[in-house]
Write a protein that binds this ligand. Structure first.
Ligand SMILES: Nc1nc2c(c(=O)[nH]1)N[C@H]1C(S)=C(S)[C@@H](COP(=O)(O)OP(=O)(O)OC[C@H]3O[C@@H](n4cnc5c(=O)[nH]c(N)nc54)[C@H](O)[C@@H]3O)O[C@H]1N2
Ligand SMILES: Nc1nc2c(c(=O)[nH]1)N[C@H]1C(S)=C(S)[C@@H](COP(=O)(O)OP(=O)(O)OC[C@H]3O[C@@H](n4cnc5c(=O)[nH]c(N)nc54)[C@H](O)[C@@H]3O)O[C@H]1N2
Ligand SMILES: [Mo]
Length: 773
C-alpha cells in the first residue's frame, strides 16, 4: 500500500459486508505488514484458547465454540501491531519533533513499533535515548515535586490488561489521587452511569448465549460491520431463525444491511448474501430517546386497550410489581409527552414508531444493543434510561434471550473499570484496598477526561501519564487539548506506536515503549499471561505469541511497577515480586475485587469464566433495591442553549464517526469501503438536497465551522462535500479529523462524554487546505 494519496474516488459500494471484499482487504494488510506468515499463525490463535485476546473490539465469542473467528478488522489490528518496522533512536535522530508534527496521523503510526525509551530534548528538538531506570527516576522526581498528588493525571486507554490496570490504580491511589481520566469517559460512560442508576450494574446484562434465544434484537446507534464484525454472525443467525433484527441508525450502514459469511465457502462462491435486518429506522441525530419514548407510549396505549377489552396484558405486571420502582411516575410522564414532540424530535413518522413498537411487542424476548450513536449525546444518560424503561415494561431484563447490551469498544475497557480505573470509585473498592494494603486511600473524586483537560489548561495539573491511547487526538477541542498537554511539566506516554500525543510535549516528555497483546511477555517465572473482560463480563486469559521486536520494550505491568517503585519504594507492595509472576497480581485482584475469588484457578478454564451480573439474576443493587423506571422529560430542544445563544443557526448537525480503515485515532488506510470512499478522509457526507440548499455543489471543498457561544472559532478546512444517502439536516465526517469542532464544554449531562455525535455546524466555501492535524 502506498502512502501517497490515490485519486480521491467515491462510488457507492454494492457488495455485502464481510465476504470477498473483506478477504481481499485482509490479504493486502497481511502483505503490507512484511511478515504475513507469522501473522497468519498469530491470527489463528486470536480469541482461541491458548492464544491472545484480539486487540480489536470487546465483542465476546461463544465460550463453547472452538472455531477460528475470522474478522477483517481484527486481522488489521493484529497486523498493525505485529509490524517489523521500528521507530528507534535512529528514527528519532533523523526526524525532529517539529518535522514529525507536519506528518499526518496515518504516517506517524505507519512508521512502526516504538522500540526504546526516549526523552524529549528541547535544545535539539529531538527525542534522545534514555535508560529505563533514568526514565523511572525522572517520573518519580516530577511526581514527588508536586504540591499535591491531585496535580497529576493518570490516563488509561482500554487495551490495558486487568493486571496492568490493577497495578496502575494501586500505584496511583497509594500515591494519593483518584485522577483517572479514561477513554471510557469519551465512550460508554453514559451506559455505566445510566445502568448503574436504573438496574444497579453499570454493565450489559446479556451473554453471548442470549443472542441465540432472542426473538428480537434492537441495534441502536451502532455500526457493527466496521466496529464489531464478529457481531454480524449472531445477527445473521437470528434473522435466519426468524427473529427480528431492528436497526436504528440514520445511515444505512452496510454491515446492518447485508452480510456474506467469510467462513461459509458456498456462500462466498455463489456470492450470496443474507439480509441482516428485518426493519431499519433512520432517526434524527439525538432522536432516539423520543423514538423509544414513542414506542413506550404505544405500548401503554395498547395496554389500556387490552385492559378495556379483557385481552392479555401488554406489560409484564408480575415483573413490574415484584421488581420495579417508579412505574406510576413513568406512565404519567408517557402521558405528558405529546405525540407532536415525539415525532418532531425523533425524526421518525408516528407510523414508523408504531411499527417498531409492534415488532417489540410481538417479541417474547428482546435484547437492546447500543453504542456511540447513543452515548455521545448531551442527553445520553436519559436516552439509555429510556431504553431500560422500555425493556422493563415487558420484563426484558434478567431472563434468557433478553436484556441490555451496551456493545463496548476497546478490548478491555470494561475490565479496566472493573479493576478500579475510576475517577469516582465506589466506597466498597476503596475499603477493600485500604483493608488489604494498609494505606489511606484518597476518598475524594478524581478527574475524568474533560476535568483533566481543564485542570491542565488552568495549570492545576502538571504531570500527565498516559497508559496507552492517544490523548491529544481522541479528546475534543483539539487545539485546547494540545495546549493543555503542553502546559504540563512532564508528559509520559506508555505506547506501542508513535502518535501525535508524543509530539504534543510538556516541558519534559518521555516515550516508554511497551509490549502489545500479540507479543510474548517473558518475566522471571517465564512467559506471562494477562487477562481481559469482554462485553459479556467473560474473563479470559491472553498470551502473546510473537517474539518482541526489541529487548528494550517492557510490559505495561513492568513499566507501571518501575514508575511505582521509583516513586514510592517497595510500598504498599513488593513491585518486583509482582512482576516476576503475574499470578501474584491476580491473587491481589482475587482478594480485593468482587467476583474474582480463586482467580488463578478459574482463569485456566477454557473460554474463561463469567463474572456474574446481579441485574441478569434480577438482583438490583440500586438505592431502592429495585429496577428503577426513570421518568425524565424529553429535552425541549436538541440544539444546545450555547448554540442558540451564538445567534447563528446551524446549517447541519454533524456526527463524527469511524471509517472502515481505522481503529479510533489509528488510521490503517484511507478507504471506507462500505461507504464507497476511496483514498481520502477529509470528506463530509451530506444530503444532495442540503448541499444545493446551502449553495454548494457535491465535490466542492468546504470549511466546517462549529457553533458555540464562547467566542472561540472552531474550524476545519478543505473538506470535500460528498452527496450521500443521509437524512436531511444531518452530516457525517470522520473522527479524529473533526475533533477541533467539538467544544470541550459540550458534553453529556451526568456522563461528561463529549457530544461527538451532535455538533452544530455551518458550512463555508474552503479558505485554505487543511493543515495536518
Ligand atoms: N475496526 C474498528 N473497530 C472498533 C473501533 C474502530 O475505530 N475501528 N473502535 C472501537 C471503539 S473504542 C468503540 S467505542 C466502538 C465504536 O463502535 P460504533 O459505535 O459502531 O462507532 P461509530 O463509528 O462511532 O458509529 C456510530 C454509529 O452510530 C450511528 N449514529 C450516530 N448518531 C446517531 C444517533 O443519534 N442515533 C442513532 N440511532 N444512530 C446514530 C452512526 O451512523 C454510526 O453507524 O468500536 C470499537 N471497535
Ligand atoms: N470526535 C470523536 N472523538 C472520539 C470518538 C468519536 O466517536 N468521535 N470516540 C471516542 C472513543 S469511543 C474512544 S474509546 C476514544 C479512544 O481514545 P484512545 O483509547 O486514547 O485512542 P486510540 O486511538 O485507541 O489509541 C491509539 C494508541 O494507543 C497505543 N496503543 C495501542 N495498543 C496499545 C497497547 O497494547 N498498550 C499501550 N500502552 N498502548 C497501545 C498506540 O500508541 C496508539 O497510537 O476516542 C474518543 N474520541
Ligand atoms: Mo470507545
Amino acid at each position: 500500500m502506498s502512502l501517497q494519496t490515490v485519486n480521491p474516488r467515491y462510488q457507492p459500494y454494492k457488495g455485502a459486508a464481510a465476504g470477498w471484499g473483506a478477504l481481499a482487504s485482509v490479504t493486502r494488510f497481511w502483505l503490507d505488514s512484511k511478515q504475513p506468515f507469522k501473522n497468519l499463525r498469530a491470527l489463528l490463535k486470536t480469541n482461541q484458547n491458548g492464544g491472545f485476546d484480539c486487540p480489536g473490539c470487546a465483542w465476546g465469542d461463544s465460550p463453547e465454540d472452538g472455531r477460528v473467528k475470522f474478522c477483517e478488522n481484527g486481522a488489521k489490528a493484529v497486523n498493525w501491531e505485529a509490524t517489523k518496522r521500528r521507530v528507534d533512536a535512529a528514527f528519532f535522530a533523523r526526524h525532529s519533533v517539529s518535522a514529525l508534527r507536519e506528518q499526518s496521523d496515518y504516517w506517524l503510526e505507519y512508521q512502526g513499533r516504538l522500540t526504546e525509551p526516549m526523552r524529549y530534548d528541547r535544545t535539539s528538538d529531538r527525542y534522545l535515548p534514555i535508560a529505563w531506570d533514568d526514565a523511572f527516576e525522572l517520573v518519580a522526581r516530577h511526581l514527588r515535586s508536586l504540591d499535591s498528588p491531585d496535580q497529576a493525571e493518570f490516563y488509561t486507554s482500554g487495551r490495558a490488561s486487568n493486571e496492568a490496570a490493577y497495578l496502575y490504580q494501586l500505584f496511583v491511589r497509594a500515591f494519593g489521587t483518584n485522577n483517572f481520566p479514561d477513554c471510557s469517559n469519551m465512550c460508554h460512560e453514559a451506559s455505566g452511569v445510566a445502568l448503574g442508576q436504573s438496574v444497579g450494574v453499570g454493565k450489559g446484562s446479556v451473554t453471548f448465549a442470549d443472542f441465540e434465544h432472542a426473538d428480537a434484537i434492537f441495534v441502536f446507534g451502532q455500526n457493527p460491520g466496521t466496529n464489531h464484525p464478529r457481531m454480524l454472525e449472531p445477527l445473521r443467525e437470528a434473522v435466519k431463525r426468524g427473529a427480528q433484527v431492528v436497526a436504528f441508525n440514520p445511515l444505512k450502514e452496510r454491515g446492518l444491511e447485508r452480510f456474506q459469511h467469510p467462513q461459509h465457502a458456498l456462500e462466498m462462491l455463489t456470492n450470496g448474501s443474507e439480509p441482516l435486518n428485518t426493519a431499519f429506522f433512520r432517526p434524527a441525530l439525538g432522536g432516539d430517546m423520543a423514538a423509544v419514548r414513542g414506542m413506550a407510549k404505544f405500548l401503554l396505549q395498547w395496554e389500556r386497550e387490552a385492559q378495556a377489552k379483557g385481552e392479555p396484558a401488554v406489560f409484564d405486571h408480575a415483573f413490574i410489581a415484584e421488581h420495579c420502582d417508579g412505574i406510576e411516575a413513568y406512565l404519567a410522564e408517557l402521558d405528558a409527552t405529546p405525540w407532536e414532540h415525539i415525532e418532531a424530535q425523533s425524526g421518525l413518522r408516528l407510523d414508523e414508531i408504531e411499527t417498531a413498537a409492534q415488532m417489540y411487542r410481538r417479541a417474547e424476548r428482546v435484547i437492546a444493543c447500543w453504542a456511540m450513536g447513543i452515548t455521545q449525546h448531551h442527553h445520553s444518560v436519559p436516552t439509555i434510561q429510556e431504553i431500560v424503561n422500555l425493556q422493563l415494561l415487558r420484563g426484558n431484563v434478567g431472563r434468557p434471550g433478553a436484556g441490555l447490551c451496551p456493545v463496548r469498544g476497546h478490548s478491555n475497557v470494561q475490565g479496566d473499570r472493573t479493576m478500579g480505573i475510576n475517577d469516582r470509585p465506589p466506597a466498597a473498592l476503596l475499603d477493600a484496598l485500604e483493608r488489604r494494603f494498609a494505606f489511606r486511600v484518597p476518598r475524594h473524586d478524581g478527574h475524568n477526561t474533560v476535568e483533566a483537560i481543564n485542570a491542565m489548561l488552568e495549570g492545576r495539573a502538571k504531570v500527565f501519564i498516559g497508559l496507552g491511547g492517544n490523548f491529544a487526538q481522541a479528546t475534543p477541542d483539539s487545539p485546547r487539548t494540545h495546549r493543555a498537554l503542553q502546559n504540563c511539566r512532564l508528559t509520559v506516554q506508555i505506547s506501542t506506536k508513535l502518535n501525535r500525543s508524543h509530539l504534543t510535549t510538556g516541558g519534559d516528555a518521555l516515550i516508554l515503549p511497551c509490549l502489545g497483546r500479540t507479543d510474548i511477555d517473558r518475566q522471571a517465572s517465564g512467559p506471562q499471561a494477562v487477562t481481559v473482560e469482554d462485553s459479556f463480563s467473560m474473563i479470559h486469559a491472553s498470551r502473546g505469541q510473537l517474539e518482541p521486536l526489541s529487548r528494550q520494550m517492557r510490559s505495561e505491568p513492568a513499566i507501571i511497577a518501575g514508575i511505582a517503585k521509583a516513586t514510592l519504594g517497595q510500598r504498599p507492595v513488593d513491585w518486583d515480586a509482582l512482576i516476576a509472576d503475574y499470578a501474584r497480581i491476580r491473587e491481589l485482584i482475587a482478594e480485593t475485587i468482587p467476583g474474582f475469588a480463586d482467580f488463578n484457578r478459574r482463569v485456566q478454564h477454557p473460554g474463561g469464566f463469567h463474572l456474574g451480573n446481579a441485574a441478569a439474576e434480577r438482583r438490583w443493587n440500586t438505592a431502592s433495591g429495585k429496577a428503577n423506571f426513570n421518568a425524565c422529560a424529553l429535552p425541549r430542544e436538541l440544539i444546545p442553549e450555547q448554540v442558540r445563544r451564538s445567534g447563528q443557526r446551524p446549517d447541519l448537525i454533524l456526527q463524527t464517526l469511524r471509517s472502515h480503515d481505522q481503529y479510533n485515532t489509528t488510521i490503517y488506510g484511507l478507504d471506507d469501503r462500505y461507504r464507497g470512499v476511496r483514498g481520502q478522509r477529509e470528506v463530509v457526507f451530506a444530503n444532495a438536497a442540503d448541499i444545493r440548499r446551502l449553495g454548494f455543489e457535491p465535490g466542492q471543498k468546504i470549511d466546517l465551522v462549529s457553533l458555540w457561544n464562547d467566542g472561540v472559532e472552531r474550524r476545519v478546512s478543505g473538506f470535500t462535500l460528498l452527496a450521500f444517502d443521509i437524512p436531511p439536516g444531518q452530516a457525517a465526517a470522520y473522527y479524529p479529523e473533526t475533533n477541533p469542532l467539538v467544544p470541550l464544554e459540550s458534553h453529556g449531562v451526568g456522563s461528561y462524554t463529549p457530544t461527538s455525535k451532535f455538533v452544530a455546524v455551518r458550512l463555508e466555501a474552503a479558505r485554505a487546505s487543511n493543515r495536518i492535524l
